[in-house]
Design a protein. Sequence first.
Length: 184
Amino acid sequence: MATESSPEAVDVKCPGCGSAAVRSVPEVCADHASMRDGLADRLARSPGAPTRFDSGVHCLEGMLLAGVGIALAYGGIAHHRPPYTAGGALLAALLLVGTAVVVRREARERALVTAGESRAEALWRPAYHCAGCASVFCPGGTPWQGLLTPEQFKKFVWTEAGYDKELEERFTDVDLPPGIPTGP
Protein backbone atom coordinates (compact mmCIF):
# COMPACT_ATOMS: atom_id res chain seq x y z
CA MET A 1 0.00 0.00 0.00
CA ALA A 2 1.41 3.36 -1.02
CA THR A 3 1.51 6.21 1.45
CA GLU A 4 1.07 9.78 0.46
CA SER A 5 3.73 12.19 1.55
CA SER A 6 2.58 15.36 3.22
CA PRO A 7 3.77 18.61 1.77
CA GLU A 8 6.66 20.11 3.68
CA ALA A 9 6.02 23.18 5.79
CA VAL A 10 6.87 26.48 4.20
CA ASP A 11 9.97 28.07 5.71
CA VAL A 12 8.72 31.42 7.02
CA LYS A 13 11.01 33.85 8.81
CA CYS A 14 10.11 37.03 10.63
CA PRO A 15 11.16 40.09 8.62
CA GLY A 16 11.72 42.00 11.87
CA CYS A 17 14.07 39.77 13.85
CA GLY A 18 14.81 36.97 11.37
CA SER A 19 13.49 34.28 13.70
CA ALA A 20 12.10 31.10 12.17
CA ALA A 21 10.05 30.44 15.32
CA VAL A 22 6.86 31.91 13.88
CA ARG A 23 3.36 30.46 13.83
CA SER A 24 0.31 31.30 11.79
CA VAL A 25 -2.21 33.51 13.54
CA PRO A 26 -4.98 30.85 13.34
CA GLU A 27 -2.60 28.37 15.00
CA VAL A 28 -1.72 30.87 17.73
CA CYS A 29 -5.40 31.64 18.38
CA ALA A 30 -6.20 27.91 18.68
CA ASP A 31 -3.41 27.35 21.23
CA HIS A 32 -4.63 27.15 24.83
CA ALA A 33 -1.53 28.91 26.16
CA SER A 34 -2.23 31.99 24.02
CA MET A 35 -5.81 32.00 25.28
CA ARG A 36 -4.60 32.07 28.88
CA ASP A 37 -2.16 34.93 28.34
CA GLY A 38 -4.62 37.00 26.26
CA LEU A 39 -2.77 36.82 22.93
CA ALA A 40 -5.69 35.06 21.26
CA ASP A 41 -7.96 37.98 22.19
CA ARG A 42 -5.41 40.48 20.89
CA LEU A 43 -5.30 38.61 17.56
CA ALA A 44 -9.06 37.92 17.35
CA ARG A 45 -10.51 37.72 13.85
CA SER A 46 -13.87 39.22 14.82
CA PRO A 47 -15.75 40.50 17.83
CA GLY A 48 -17.71 37.94 19.77
CA ALA A 49 -21.36 38.14 18.78
CA PRO A 50 -24.18 36.56 20.76
CA THR A 51 -25.49 33.36 19.21
CA ARG A 52 -29.10 32.73 18.23
CA PHE A 53 -29.31 30.49 21.27
CA ASP A 54 -28.28 33.41 23.50
CA SER A 55 -30.96 35.58 21.92
CA GLY A 56 -33.53 32.81 22.41
CA VAL A 57 -32.62 32.55 26.09
CA HIS A 58 -32.86 36.32 26.52
CA CYS A 59 -36.24 36.31 24.77
CA LEU A 60 -37.49 33.52 27.02
CA GLU A 61 -36.25 35.34 30.13
CA GLY A 62 -37.98 38.53 29.04
CA MET A 63 -41.24 36.73 28.31
CA LEU A 64 -41.21 34.99 31.70
CA LEU A 65 -40.61 38.26 33.51
CA ALA A 66 -43.32 39.98 31.44
CA GLY A 67 -45.60 37.10 32.48
CA VAL A 68 -44.98 38.06 36.10
CA GLY A 69 -46.10 41.60 35.28
CA ILE A 70 -49.21 40.29 33.53
CA ALA A 71 -50.02 38.06 36.51
CA LEU A 72 -49.63 41.06 38.80
CA ALA A 73 -51.97 43.09 36.58
CA TYR A 74 -54.49 40.23 36.47
CA GLY A 75 -54.39 39.94 40.28
CA GLY A 76 -55.06 43.67 40.50
CA ILE A 77 -58.09 43.34 38.23
CA ALA A 78 -59.44 40.29 40.08
CA HIS A 79 -59.06 41.87 43.52
CA HIS A 80 -60.03 45.42 42.49
CA ARG A 81 -56.63 46.93 43.25
CA PRO A 82 -55.88 49.57 40.60
CA PRO A 83 -52.24 50.16 41.67
CA TYR A 84 -51.45 46.47 41.05
CA THR A 85 -53.23 46.57 37.72
CA ALA A 86 -51.39 49.68 36.53
CA GLY A 87 -48.05 48.58 37.97
CA GLY A 88 -48.28 45.09 36.51
CA ALA A 89 -49.31 46.38 33.07
CA LEU A 90 -46.50 48.95 33.08
CA LEU A 91 -43.96 46.33 34.21
CA ALA A 92 -45.07 43.90 31.50
CA ALA A 93 -44.91 46.60 28.80
CA LEU A 94 -41.43 47.74 29.87
CA LEU A 95 -40.14 44.17 29.97
CA LEU A 96 -41.54 43.41 26.51
CA VAL A 97 -39.97 46.54 25.03
CA GLY A 98 -36.66 45.87 26.79
CA THR A 99 -36.61 42.28 25.57
CA ALA A 100 -37.30 43.39 22.00
CA VAL A 101 -34.47 45.95 22.17
CA VAL A 102 -31.96 43.40 23.51
CA VAL A 103 -32.86 40.70 20.97
CA ARG A 104 -32.77 43.22 18.08
CA ARG A 105 -29.34 44.53 19.17
CA GLU A 106 -27.98 40.99 19.30
CA ALA A 107 -29.37 40.26 15.81
CA ARG A 108 -27.65 43.40 14.48
CA GLU A 109 -24.34 42.35 16.05
CA ARG A 110 -24.62 38.91 14.41
CA ALA A 111 -25.42 40.49 11.05
CA LEU A 112 -22.44 42.86 11.34
CA VAL A 113 -20.05 40.01 12.09
CA THR A 114 -21.49 37.89 9.28
CA ALA A 115 -21.18 40.73 6.77
CA GLY A 116 -17.48 41.23 7.50
CA GLU A 117 -16.45 37.57 7.91
CA SER A 118 -15.01 37.04 4.43
CA ARG A 119 -12.89 40.22 4.49
CA ALA A 120 -11.67 39.53 8.03
CA GLU A 121 -10.81 35.96 7.09
CA ALA A 122 -8.85 37.11 4.03
CA LEU A 123 -6.64 39.35 6.20
CA TRP A 124 -6.43 37.10 9.26
CA ARG A 125 -5.72 33.69 7.68
CA PRO A 126 -2.37 34.48 5.91
CA ALA A 127 -0.89 36.34 8.89
CA TYR A 128 1.96 35.01 11.04
CA HIS A 129 2.93 35.90 14.60
CA CYS A 130 6.53 36.07 15.80
CA ALA A 131 6.84 35.50 19.53
CA GLY A 132 10.42 36.78 19.49
CA CYS A 133 9.60 40.35 18.55
CA ALA A 134 5.84 40.15 19.28
CA SER A 135 4.85 41.21 15.78
CA VAL A 136 2.41 40.11 13.11
CA PHE A 137 3.33 40.00 9.43
CA CYS A 138 2.32 38.48 6.11
CA PRO A 139 4.96 36.54 4.18
CA GLY A 140 5.41 38.03 0.74
CA GLY A 141 3.80 41.32 1.75
CA THR A 142 0.27 40.34 0.75
CA PRO A 143 -2.30 41.61 1.85
CA TRP A 144 -0.10 44.15 3.68
CA GLN A 145 3.58 44.86 4.05
CA GLY A 146 5.57 45.40 7.21
CA LEU A 147 5.23 44.46 10.85
CA LEU A 148 2.27 45.19 13.07
CA THR A 149 1.83 44.83 16.80
CA PRO A 150 -1.03 42.50 17.80
CA GLU A 151 -3.12 45.58 18.67
CA GLN A 152 -2.42 47.19 15.29
CA PHE A 153 -3.22 43.89 13.58
CA LYS A 154 -6.56 43.61 15.38
CA LYS A 155 -7.42 47.21 14.56
CA PHE A 156 -6.43 46.69 10.92
CA VAL A 157 -8.50 43.51 10.48
CA TRP A 158 -11.52 44.82 12.35
CA THR A 159 -11.47 48.16 10.54
CA GLU A 160 -11.19 46.51 7.14
CA ALA A 161 -14.00 44.09 7.96
CA GLY A 162 -16.30 46.86 9.19
CA TYR A 163 -16.08 46.00 12.89
CA ASP A 164 -14.36 49.26 13.81
CA LYS A 165 -17.31 50.35 15.99
CA GLU A 166 -16.75 47.20 18.05
CA LEU A 167 -13.11 48.05 18.87
CA GLU A 168 -12.52 48.61 22.53
CA GLU A 169 -11.64 52.09 23.69
CA ARG A 170 -8.12 50.92 24.52
CA PHE A 171 -7.40 50.63 20.78
CA THR A 172 -8.42 54.21 19.94
CA ASP A 173 -4.85 55.34 20.56
CA VAL A 174 -3.39 52.56 18.37
CA ASP A 175 -2.28 54.01 15.05
CA LEU A 176 -1.58 51.96 11.96
CA PRO A 177 1.75 52.54 10.25
CA PRO A 178 1.77 54.55 7.00
CA GLY A 179 1.04 52.53 3.89
CA ILE A 180 -1.47 50.21 5.56
CA PRO A 181 -4.83 50.69 3.84
CA THR A 182 -7.78 51.37 6.12
CA GLY A 183 -11.49 51.33 5.56
CA PRO A 184 -13.85 48.61 4.36
